[in-house]
Design a protein around this ligand. Structure first.
Ligand SMILES: [Fe+2]
Ligand SMILES: [Fe+2]
Length: 155
């Protein structure tokens, strides 16, 4: 199991791919802080990861709302499910001593959840957001431009 972003996870939407990469970097940082028993750093990364994930989910949900994506409800429910589970696991880690096995368990769960979610839901969303573009990597769009386009269409 890898704690790194890999190219098969590319959605072709610049901001979203950047955020996914940042999330993987954080997960790897969390893993090493936990393994090293650096509890202060663990708390900092957990805090950062929680906030950054919220920003990331908002980014995606905003794009789905703006485009009238039909899979919005399902996707939003998956995000909510993650948020709830993350809060539960975070409280558990912050409550007690951090052991190496907890480090493996938590970072493993994060990395696998994110990978499965991107493959199943984010890539489907990206296909909808970018109609007619088959080669995602070659035609990466910027989310800000996309949202500006949606806004001008609504005006
Ligand atoms: Fe998502
Ligand atoms: Fe995502």
């Amino acid at each position: 199991m890898t704690l790194q972003w890999t190219p098969d996870l590319a959605t072709g939407i610049v901001e979203i791919d950047q955020q996914h990469r940042d999330l993987y970097r954080s997960i790897a940082g969390l893993h090493s802080a936990m393994k090293g028993g650096r509890l202060h750093e663990v708390r900092q990364v957990l805090e950062f990861l929680g906030s950054y994930v919220a920003v990331h989910f908002d980014t995606e949900e905003l794009a789905m709302v703006a485009s009238g994506y039909p899979g919005l409800a399902e996707h939003r429910a998956a995000h909510q499910g993650f948020t709830d589970e993350y809060a539960r696991r975070r409280a558990q880690v912050e409550a007690g001593p951090v052991t190496p096995s907890m480090a493996v368990e938590l970072s493993g769960w994060l990395a696998v959840w994110l990978r499965d979610h991107v493959r199943q839901l984010d890539l489907a969303m990206a296909r909808f957001l970018r109609p007619g573009q088959r080669n995602l990597a070659a035609h990466a769009v910027r989310l800000g431009d996309f949202l500006a386009g949606q806004a001008s269409r609504c005006a």
